[in-house]
Design a protein around this ligand. Structure first.
Ligand SMILES: [Ca+2]
Length: 461
């Protein structure tokens, strides 16, 4: 009897599962959580497995890094101080490398009267790790912003313990003040400061090996690299310590730069690999070219990501994962041996405002207008043998989903760009996946992540 049962089980598996392979999928990371205009995802190095998400109007939320987390808490609300709108708002968060002992974290936001960017330090509350102390603000930098756009806003501690800060060129279009090439301006730059020491009347000090430290030309000593238009998101590869920045382009080209100390990345003389101002025969002497660019046929506002160093998507390890706010595309750039190989991973419908990683280096991204976070994971794909009509919903053949043990996926065998609704129910029609309510273009790389060859069946009933 047992033997007969095993044969039946095997038959079920063979008919329902044709072949298996690994594939990358996008999944809602925290189906129960939504955020108003999320723009940054960070965590402190304190092994508490929490995530902190910035809502652009001026709130930092904190929650447990679990897919079934039910709620989030307000860590800090400075919306009354924040000038919000367009590219302005609360834009960046960085935890001090010794946050666990000193409780310090840093934020970057825009405010008004006059319009400016502030980079300041706050401290966590003494008696609640999920609350910041709102009165603890110490301002480090205040930089006037001539226009509302191109505020940069990413702040990240490097492996050297210094704080790196991105500033856009001040805005408008075409960098009318030529700020990015002006070494007396902090705009259009990536800065590097030492937050652990003070110098003169500064609430920080200049790292002595900054390229312009101690110069007598009036150049800003905070400058680490320049000639940038709007390096909205940048990150360090934790393994190589290389600084990867995505510089948002003007009219035609989006670019990825490997940022090195003292280098000039070309804006506004160049946009990507091309002359911008002047539009022909520009002088490229001393300019550092991007390692990759793409045109506005496949996107129009690059969102920098991370070199993937996690473990749940082996095929991505060592590749720079980035996306585009406008087109929703997500790519992987392999720069092995300094030779770029770019692969489109997913076309998506999301306004990708930022990527993030958790303490296990697993990759997340934020869908700005939708207010949800997504994760990119690798699954064992199991294809169905049966042919399907275009479904309005996908019904999973299992008794209940297990968000934490996703091993395979439901495929709908559709031609690319067939619209499906992102709604999944389990076999007894309970909603297994929160619906985005969005009719998304189906593509062969997109799968919905629950088991179709249920583990309980494989294991034998
Ligand atoms: Ca450039």
């Amino acid at each position: 009897m047992r033997a007969l049962k095993n044969i039946l089980i095997t038959a079920v598996i063979l008919t329902s599962c044709k072949s298996s392979d690994t594939q990358l999928v996008i999944m809602p990371a925290f189906p129960n959580l939504s955020f108003e205009y999320p723009v940054d995802i960070q965590f402190p190095d304190d092994n508490t497995n929490r995530l902190f998400v910035l809502s652009q109007p001026g709130v930092i939320y904190v929650f447990e890094n679990r897919s079934d987390v039910a709620s989030k808490k307000v860590f800090l609300d400075i919306s009354s101080k924040v000038l919000y709108g367009g590219e302005q708002g609360l834009l960046g968060l960085a935890f001090h490398p010794y946050y666990k002992t000193n409780g310090y974290f840093y934020i970057d936001y825009t405010t008004d009267n006059p319009r400016r960017t502030i980079v300041s330090r706050f401290r966590v509350s003494a008696d609640d790790p999920d609350k910041a102390e709102p009165s603890s603000e110490t301002i480090l930098l205040e930089v006037p912003q001539p226009y509302s756009n191109h505020n940069g806003g990413q702040i990240v501690f490097g492996g050297d313990g210094y704080l790196y800060i991105s500033f856009g060129d001040g805005g408008s279009a075409g960098d009318p003040q030529n700020n990015a090439q002006n070494l007396q301006s902090l705009l259009g730059k990536i800065l590097r400061i030492d937050v652990n020491n003070r110098q003169g009347n500064l609430n920080y000090s200049i790292p002595p090996d900054n390229s312009f430290a101690g110069n007598s030309n009036g150049y800003r000593e905070e400058i680490y690299a320049y000639g940038l238009r709007n390096p909205w998101r940048f990150s360090f590869d934790k393994e190589t310590n290389r600084l990867w920045a995505a510089d948002v382009g003007q009219n035609t080209w989006e670019e990825i730069d490997l940022i090195e100390k003292g280098k000039n990345y070309g804006w506004r003389t160049m946009e990507g690999f091309h002359c911008y101002n002047p539009s022909h025969n520009c002088d490229t002497t001393g300019l550092t070219m991007p390692i990759w660019e793409y045109g506005h046929d496949v996107g129009y506002s690059i969102t920098g990501g991370y070199v993937y160093r996690g473990s749940s998507a082996a095929s991505l390890i060592g590749k720079y994962i980035y996306g585009d706010y406008g087109s929703g595309n997500i790519w992987a750039l392999d720069y092995t041996n300094n030779t770029p190989q770019n692969t489109l991973l997913f076309p998506t419908v999301h306004n990708i405002s930022t990527f993030g990683v958790d303490q296990n280096n697993e990759l997340l991204f934020a869908s700005y207008a939708q207010g949800k976070l997504y994760k990119i994971v690798e699954q064992t794909a199991v294809e169905q043998t049966e042919n399907r009509e275009t479904p309005s919903e996908i019904i999973l053949k299992q008794n209940f989903p297990n968000l934490d043990r996703v091993r395979s996926s439901e495929f709908a065998r559709l031609s690319p760009w067939t619209p499906i609704r992102d709604l999944v129910r389990d076999e007894v029609t309970r909603r297994a996946e929160s619906s985005t309510g969005v009719w998304r273009p189906f593509n062969p790389n997109y799968a919905i992540g629950f088991e179709t060859c249920p583990r309980h069946l494989v294991g034998g009933k």
